[in-house]
Design a protein around this ligand. Structure first.
Ligand SMILES: [Zn+2]
Length: 67
């Protein structure tokens, strides 16, 4: 899978899939906003994609292959 690099908190490089499906709301088809506030659990950086109307659509774990 191809990844897009994004600057994350603390200067970490975050990779997210370039496939746009993970950030499209399944309810309204809208573009979801990335939210890294769920990542502070000590296990790594996760990015949630949140639709303003329908809530969290998906959570990307860019470092899952490093564990
Ligand atoms: Zn939606």
């Amino acid at each position: 899978m191809d990844y897009e690099r994004t600057e994350g908190p603390d200067g970490l490089e975050i990779r997210v899939p370039t496939d746009d499906g993970y950030r499209t709301c399944s309810e309204c088809g809208g573009d979801c906003a990335p939210d890294t506030s769920l990542s502070a659990d000590g296990t790594g950086v996760r990015i949630a994609f949140v639709c303003a109307e329908h809530g969290v659509q998906s959570v990307v774990d860019p470092f899952s292959d490093l564990r």
